[in-house]
Structures are given as C-alpha cells and as structure tokens.
Design a protein around this ligand. Structure first.
Ligand code: G4P
Length: 286
C-alpha cells in the first residue's frame, strides 16, 4: 500500500515551532506508546537541540505494559527524560512536575547564578496529529490554570498557560509530521488511525494487523473472536472470514463484506478491545 500524508500544512506548523522555540526551555514531546518511534518526527531533535527534553509515552493504556517499560528504558538510555501517561484519565500526570524540574535543572541553576529568581520553566507540547496533545494540555493544565497575557516576542495570539509558579505551557501545541521512512512506519501510523482511512485499503490493513497479532498477541485476538487455535492453520484470511460470519458482515445477496469485517477488526484494535498491544519494539525498530 502506498501511504501518504497531507504535506500542505507542514511548512506552517514548522514555522510556528521555529518562531517559538527560542522562547522555550523545555520540549514536551508526546508519542503514541503503541508505536513510540513511528509516531515521532526525528526533526524535533534538531529543532529542540539545546532544550531540555521530556518524552511522554501517551495512550499507555492501549499499549502493552511490559513494552512500555522497555520503551521508557530505551528513551532514558538516549538521554531523554521519559514518563508513561494516559492523558485521557490523567494517569501519570502527577509525576510530570518533578520530572520537569529534573530535566530543567541546568536552566534553574543558570538562573540562580544570575540572580534570577522564580522565572518559570516555559514549555511547548509537540507531537504528530492525534497523539493526544490537546487532551494532554487540557488534563494537565486543568481548569485551575490561568492564561497569561501575550508576552513580548511571542507570536501574536499565542498565550502561555500558567500551571503554577514554576511552569508555563504554550497554549498551542506544535504539530510535527510523521516521517514515512519505511513502509512499516506508514503501516504503523495507519493501524493506529493517524491517517485518513478513506485512502487505505482496509482489508489489506486488517490482514497485516491480524498477521502481527497472530504472531505477538495470539490469545487476545483469537479470544476476542472466539476462535479455536488450530496452529498454523489459522491465517489472517481465516480470521476475517470468521469475523464476517460472526458479525454478520454481508452485502446484498449474502456475499461476504470483507471491507466491513476489516473495519470492525481495525476498530476493535484502535479502541483497545483486542487488548493492550504494542506494535513496535526497540530491536525491530532498529
Ligand atoms: P491531538 O491534539 O494530538 O491531535 O490529539 P487529541 O488530544 O485530539 O486526541 C486524539 C484522540 O486520542 C482523542 O480521541 C483522545 O480522547 C484520545 N486520547 C488522548 N490521550 C489518550 C490516552 O492516553 N488514552 C486513550 N485511550 N486515548 C487518548 P477521539 O476518539 O478523537 O475523541 P474522544 O472520543 O475520546 O472524545
């Protein structure tokens, strides 16, 4: 399948980041815990160099718990500060403040030496579309926060959300664009729904997903669709066939509607009904 993105907005988003990055002490980068590398744009490393960095593995509720731990260690080893969170429920958010302090220790120390007291850390939230940036800002900043007025040098209309006396967030998240470095990255983004489904062949996508699940999350997949495990005889085509029958996916004239069955499988996966699944691991991702 040929995976595409909509490159039209890329320049605008990049410009917004470039304009604001000078004002920022800390880059809070959200990635999708199910595909922590495929959901990154490595350009952020260039854009955010010399800044304190915090990676949040968001949607950790939808990802494999053990894999989350492995990814935390992976990013730590690369020098990032990292936490697993669920922006939707707020799980993991409490640990952020402490982590911010740790990540910005150098800046805090620099300020102290220059006699600057109580200057809050200024942070921007960045990530690819749909990774949970708005949800995160809303849950993290909550209702208690106050928006501060425009500050000199900030792009007109940009506002800082003051979380407390130690931390301010730019209210507009920075949108990064996924990098389609390989077919695998494109496929991973398609699996989690970070692409327009209309341009995708759902049966092919569901078949690829099912093949992965049969290999790595077999019991969860077969359990969900109440299929017997008959070893190698179970193929992705068989699973789709089974879902078709089970969920009564038929076109007129009793012809099986594989597209519909495929969409059901994809939807079950995206909403976590196939269990907590991680789609890439550090080794495989290289
Ligand atoms: P964005 O700003 O980065 O584009 O993402 P946004 O916050 O709009 O979140 C995209 C979707 O991801 C939303 O679902 C949101 O609820 C969901 N989401 C965000 N964080 C988490 C998380 O930690 N766990 C889970 N399970 N979901 C998360 P939606 O279907 O678009 O909206 P809704 O039905 O939840 O309202």
């Amino acid at each position: 399948m040929n995976y595409q993105w909509y490159p039209g907005h890329m320049t605008k988003a990049k410009r917004m980041m470039q304009e604001n990055i000078g004002l920022i002490d800390l880059v809070i980068e959200l990635v999708d815990a199910r595909i922590p590398l495929s959901s990154r744009n490595p350009d952020i490393d260039e854009l955010g160099k010399n800044k304190a960095r915090l990676i949040l593995l968001n949607k950790s509720d939808l990802a494999d718990r053990k894999a989350n731990q492995i990814w935390v260690e992976y990013f730590k080893a690369k020098g990032f500060h990292v936490l697993e969170i669920n922006a939707k429920t707020g799980q993991g958010l409490k640990a952020i403040q402490g982590m911010v302090k740790e990540a910005c220790q150098d800046k805090i120390e620099r300020d102290r030496k220059r006699g600057i007291k109580n200057r809050p850390v200024r942070a921007i939230v960045v990530g690819i579309p749909n990774v949970g940036k708005s949800t995160f800002i809303n849950s993290f900043a909550g209702k208690a926060c106050t928006k501060t007025g425009n500050k000199p040098g900030v792009t007109k209309g940009k506002q800082w959300i003051r979380l407390n006396k130690e931390l301010e967030l730019l209210d507009t998240p920075g949108i990064l664009w996924p990098k389609f470095e390989s077919e695998e990255v494109g496929r991973n983004l398609a699996f989690i729904g970070s692409m327009n489904d209309e341009i995708l062949q759902m049966t092919e996508l569901a078949s690829d997903l099912t093949a992965y699940l049969l290999k790595h999350y077999r019991a969860e997949l077969l359990g969900r669709y109440q299929m017997e495990d008959t070893g190698d005889a179970v193929t992705p085509a068989m699973v789709l066939e089974h879902v078709c029958e089970n969920r009564k996916c038929y076109k007129k004239g009793q012809e099986p509607d594989y597209e519909k069955a495929a969409s059901l499988v994809i939807d079950d996966f995206r909403s976590g009904r196939l269990g907590a699944v991680t789609l890439e691991m550090p080794d495989a991702a290289g």
